[in-house]
Write a protein that binds this ligand. Structure first.
Ligand code: FAD
Length: 419
């Protein structure tokens, strides 16, 4: 409450003097009428509309009021995420027999889009956690699935995805973290960089080298936090995504049971990439939520801010800008949903479509949020206004889970090699 009050602020807007609080701002995003043309529920089934509403309500009530505080104080909101898990959001596309919700990739996208209107950073972490739970559910054996998935789906335990290293980012298949077989354990040595949740999470899904150079020498191990030889770097200071910690994950003679390997030796890179196909739709969906919220914030600001004797909404230049933002938002949403369906159906265009969605949507949604900030003028640059946080939080979506340059490589490779 005190925190919410702290954000209450009187702001002079031309001839208008209005008091805006974060909750007021978010009430406008979550509760007031949305023009049909950008309504994210249009075209969905009744069931999808139901859980979309649950996600929007959760975003409005449990996330949005805290979004700024989590950002400024760098709070990893464990309790809020556990509440999200009670709604089934800890393992959305994990099978129900191990505690998951068993929903489709499209359903998942709808949920992440709605949640991220309340806090992009927290939703993005939840999406990475979901990706890890799905990897264990899909590539794990019976014992592994039963051991890890129920606690991950309830978010009693949290997961991190460990692929990137200081020397291997875009060229992920060049990773060096070694896993040498010794009896019934692998001995891990190496460092993972930029790990979301690192240090605060319990389960690390780690890609490491058990064989020779290249992707075929990589395996995937589940490493538990308490394992001797596992430690963490300092918490990174970031532009956005501040409600989730990012740290290096360090392995020094870290002994991991062979029984913790997902799939066969050498399958780790393929498992990592399959996880990322869904991850890319999820991250794009988080960008959609930010862009959706930003379009509404920009529209509302245009309706109250007066300059040159009239509201900004009377400027045809700004009307056109808003129309373009809305058009790009809807085009982005269509592409994400198309990619989600392709992945769900295992179609041959799925990998390319996931990359196209990640490339197009994270670029366009960043531009939408940035333009919404511009429409707010100087107020958009103030932390009292949510729009700047959406801009900061989604900037990184153009970089991680494969940079947007890497997305272009994947798409071009498919165009040039497939007949
Ligand atoms: C906040 C945050 C959270 C993250 N979370 C995770 C996580 O949980 N797990 C994880 O494994 N990783 C994570 N990452 C790492 C992220 O996936 C990498 O940062 C990303 O893959 C890029 O790698 P890099 O930073 O080493 O950049 P580099 O690979 O060094 O690339 C630098 C630039 O060069 C471009 N580039 C590189 N090669 C080419 C080329 N051949 N042609 C054209 N352009 C090229 C890139 O696109 C990029 O723009 C996270 C990163 C951040 C910032």
């Amino acid at each position: 409450m005190a925190a919410a009050r702290a954000f209450v602020r009187g702001v002079r807007l031309g001839t208008y003097s209005i008091v805006r609080s974060r909750s007021l701002i978010f009430n406008s995003v979550h509760r007031r009428g949305i023009s049909a043309c950008i309504d994210p529920s249009i075209g969905l089934s009744d069931e999808q509309k139901e859980f979309q509403k649950v996600a929007f309500d959760f975003a409005a009530n449990e996330m949005a009021p805290h979004m700024a505080e989590w950002d400024q104080k760098e709070i990893f909101p464990v309790d809020a995420m556990k509440k999200a898990a009670q709604l089934g959001f800890g393992g959305i596309y994990v099978n129900p027999d191990v505690g998951g919700s068993g929903l489709s990739r499209l359903d998942t996208s709808i949920i992440f889009e709605a949640l991220s209107t309340g806090c992009v950073s927290t939703t993005a972490y939840i999406s990475i956690h979901n990706m890890c739970a799905w990897m264990i559910d899909t590539f794990g054996n019976k014992e592994q699935r039963e051991k890890y998935c129920p606690d991950l789906c309830s978010m009693e335990k949290f997961a991190s995805y460990c692929l990137t290293e200081p020397g291997s980012g875009s060229d992920a298949a060049s990773l060096l973290t070694s896993a040498k077989l010794q009896g019934d354990h692998y001995i891990l040595n190496g460092t993972k960089a930029f790990i979301s949740g690192g240090g605060d999470t319990d389960v690390y899904v780690v890609m490491c080298r058990t064989g020779g150079k290249g992707p075929k020498g990589i395996s995937c191990l589940v490493v538990e936090k308490e394992t001797p030889g596992l430690s963490f770097g300092k918490k990174e200071k970031k532009v956005g995504w501040n409600s989730q910690p990012t740290r290096a994950v360090i392995f020094e003679d870290c002994a991991v049971p062979v029984t913790n390997r997902l799939g066969a030796e050498g399958e780790g890179f393929s498992i990592a990439m399959k996880g990322l196909n869904g991850g890319r739709i999820n991250i794009a969906s988080c960008s959609l939520g930010a862009a959706h919220a930003s379009v509404i914030l920009a529209r509302d600001h245009m309706c109250v801010r007066k300059q040159f004797g009239e509201t900004l909404s009377n400027s045809q230049f700004l009307q056109f800008k808003l129309a373009e933002m809305a058009t790009k938002l809807v085009a982005s949403r269509l592409l994400v949903r198309q990619a989600a369906v392709a992945l769900q159906e295992g179609r041959p265009d799925a990998v390319s479509l996931c990359s196209m969605a990640k490339l197009f949507v994270t670029d366009e949604c960043f531009s939408i949020c940035n333009q919404a900030l511009q429409i707010h003028g100087g107020y958009g640059y103030l932390k009292d206004y949510a729009v700047q946080q959406y801009v900061r939080d989604i900037r990184v979506h153009q970089i991680l889970e494969g940079t947007n340059e890497v997305m272009r490589m994947i798409i071009a490779r498919s165009l040039l090699t497939e007949s």
